[in-house]
Write a protein that binds this ligand. Structure first.
Ligand code: SAM
Length: 218
């Protein structure tokens, strides 16, 4: 995935993303502090309330390019955090004439993500929903072109099952942190249903990313 020279051809979006990536890359201590709360108990979203824990620039550029090439219009995201990935999706939607539905559990993070979306000028392309994805994504249009899974990994499988009736032949699912233990039930389901899903690893950086294609209902 060598896309380092790739730029989003919209200065307002690119400048906002540059600032956000800079902020995210200086959060080493914030992340360690958050993760330390998960040493003796399961990590909770609130433990990471100040942390971006975002996709990398490479991942964002890869996703943006893929969506533009595929002319993806109906785009859904689980886990906005402060909105880095959401801005890549929104930039793609602006280029394809599409729409993004994204969701974030924590109200504080949602407010910052919305401010970042506004700063990038993408408010008319992104519907950011505050709350638990299992509720907020119940209402989504049919024929999803692209789904980004980047929230709490143990929800990947329930969310896939929730959204599966909205998939169409060729729907793409990009799963971040696919190597994490809590993502295993999701991967097992995908790999145990080769008649429905074709899947491959597309990045090993961070927690590993998987790109999955829905082959259609049988
Ligand atoms: C890894 S971060 C997302 C990073 C973001 N995609 C980016 O690249 O900038 C995961 C986010 O999912 C959110 N989250 C966790 N459980 C959730 C749920 N049930 N519904 C919606 N969001 C959730 C967390 O609060 C956290 O901000």
């Amino acid at each position: 995935m060598t896309t380092n020279t790739y730029r989003i051809q919209d200065e307002r979006i690119q400048q906002t993303l540059n600032r956000m990536h800079r902020e995210a890359s200086s959060q080493g201590m914030t992340i360690i502090k958050g993760l330390s709360k998960g040493v003796f108990r399961k990590l909770r979203p609130e433990d990471m309330k100040d942390a971006y824990i975002a996709i990398s620039r490479n991942q964002g550029q890869y996703i943006h390019k893929l969506l533009v090439q595929r002319k993806a219009k109906n785009i859904v995201e689980f886990g906005a955090s402060f909105g880095i990935s959401t801005l890549y999706l929104g930039a793609a939607a602006k280029a394809t004439g599409g729409q993004v539905i994204s969701t974030e559990l924590l109200p504080e993070k949602c407010a910052v993500a919305q401010a970042n979306i506004d700063e990038a000028g993408l408010e008319s392309y992104i519907d950011l929903r505050e709350g638990d994805a299992l509720e907020t994504l119940k209402e989504c249009p049919d024929g999803i072109d692209f789904l980004l899974l980047d929230g709490w990994n143990d929800l990947y499988l329930p969310l896939l099952k929730l959204l599966e009736p909205r998939f169409k032949k060729g729907t793409l699912i990009y799963t971040d942190n696919a190597s994490f233990r809590s993502a295993r039930p999701f991967l097992e389901y995908i790999h145990n249903h080769p008649e429905k899903y074709r899947s491959r690893r597309v990045a090993d950086e961070k927690g590993g990313s998987e790109l999955t294609e829905y082959l259609g209902a049988i």
